[in-house]
Design a protein around this ligand. Sequence first.
Ligand SMILES: NC(=O)N[C@@H](CC(=O)O)C(=O)O
Ligand SMILES: [Zn+2]
Ligand SMILES: [Zn+2]
Length: 349
Amino acid sequence: MTQLTIRTPDDWHLHLRDGAMLAGVLPHSSADFARAIIMPNLVPPVVTTAQAEAYRQRILAALPEGHDFTPLMVLYLTEGTEADDVEAGFRSGLVKAVKLYPAGATTNSHGGVRDFSKVTAVLERMAEIGLPLCVHGEVTDPDVDIFDREAVFLEKVLDPLRRRIPGLRVVLEHVTTRNGIEYVRSQEKDLAATITVHHLMINRNAIFAGGIRPHYYCLPVAKREEHRLALREAATSGDARFFLGTDSAPHVDPAKECGCGCAGIYTAPNAMACLAHVFEEEGALDKLEAFASLNGPAFYRLPPNEGQLVLEKREEPVPVPDKVVTGDGTVTVFDPMVPVRWTVAARRS
Ligand SMILES: NC(=O)N[C@@H](CC(=O)O)C(=O)O
Ligand SMILES: [Zn+2]
Ligand SMILES: [Zn+2]
């Protein structure tokens, strides 16, 4: 049996939803992670500081007894977002990032940004105060092939935007391409990227393995194998610009198993086990702590966690429930398509 002890990890990109779904999924994240950047794409979205504070309270109220978990709140950027409200939220310590969804790019993004000139003032203020912008990095132009939308976004939107607003600190969320990795590496400062567990484990073949498999559909959609390998290389390199954001994104089964299923993969219950599996495969278990527990806090200018998470490799694959039952319905848990022998054995405060 192999054991690995790391500082307690954080999840720098997490969807907790609200209401009965929140209550059902939160314990799976708060068991293993000390903090998470909470995505604001609720219906309606979390736009103002007041809404973020109310959402934070709902998350804390849903937290199981004895779980130590701090939600890091994020505002959903709209063309009506007020710079003063963003700054007040940041100064109070509540707001840790603002999220840019190009309108129509992904789940609940219709209230996002269409005309980037309308958010310049807010972005300039964020650059001034050092508040990070988290970006869903895909163009929405239906003429751009879905597998190219990230690469085109970097060139046509993100790079020009960063040049227009120097000093803006950006996290390219859930990067899925070699292009994204190379772009982040080419920039000396103010740019980082989160990488999901599922994009380290599956390529686009998983979506069509023997038939159409909705539980492997997410956005940005998984890419070719060469891209997955580039993500693995970046994640396990120790480079501080790359850190874990699971993008665990629960949808009830009927919303995925239908004629037009939602995008999102639910990985919270087995994220750390799968991640240890990946890092072992890459011969990089010594880099897991940097990726999951150190690089994220460094970018967000927060101290790393004091507690520890103990991961253990067993002789036999460790079963993970294939579904989580919530008050809203069942949610299918990510199936990594390979036996995973790692598990979380303990968490110490
Ligand atoms: N990743 C996804 O496929 N879905 C996310 C939204 C997002 O992160 O783009 C969701 O909210 O369901
Ligand atoms: Zn996204
Ligand atoms: Zn997401």
